[in-house]
Design a protein around this ligand. Sequence first.
Ligand code: SF4
Length: 224
Amino acid sequence: MTGLARAIGDALAGAYPEARCELDFTSPFELLVATVLSAQSTDRRVNAVTGTLFRRYPGPEALAGAEPADVEEIIRPVGFFRTKTAAVIELSRRIVDDFDARVPDSLADLVTLPGVGRKTANVVLGNAFGVPGVTPDTHLIRLANRFGWVASTKPGDVEKAVEALFPADEWVMLCHRVIWHGRRCCHARRPACGACPVRELCPSNDIGEQDPAIAAGLIREPRA
Ligand code: SF4
């Protein structure tokens, strides 16, 4: 299994050399807030509001003292804006009060912050601090099952399976590539198997559209 998994990982690396975190950020704090805002939304919607948000509130001290109504107005397009406003303001207060206004760089500390689970913590660790971590989002969970890497939809099981199959220094980029592939080609409802760059290696290559031309038409950039 390790050999096939690594071959799929290599094929994805060849197919998506530009894969990266699709949230815009310039600091660990911005990535943390953007990741919290991205729950049940899209990275594009989040990117459309974070420029304004971070110009107005450039760090945890500023956001901790924000008027909720002002933040709600800015982040409204991402959805669940009242809950998310409360979360990012409280998150900022805790960073100021407990961590000297600096986002902590350990999993143990990050998950003590309100609204921050292992997935969000690993996104921040991997992309802002260079600490290896697996981020079992909906795409990784779906594709890891289709690739035969795991037979479970529990995030913890997927995380452990991927960690066992790949070296730690590949985890972050592997997750980006799998997520890109899930967004663009291996969709939840109608995977584009006939136009898939890992078709020859994938044990689930019979579940989606087989006609190459029709499958090519299913490939898309993530929705706005
Ligand atoms: S062959 Fe089909 S199921 Fe397998 S990765 Fe490609 S699109 Fe997904």
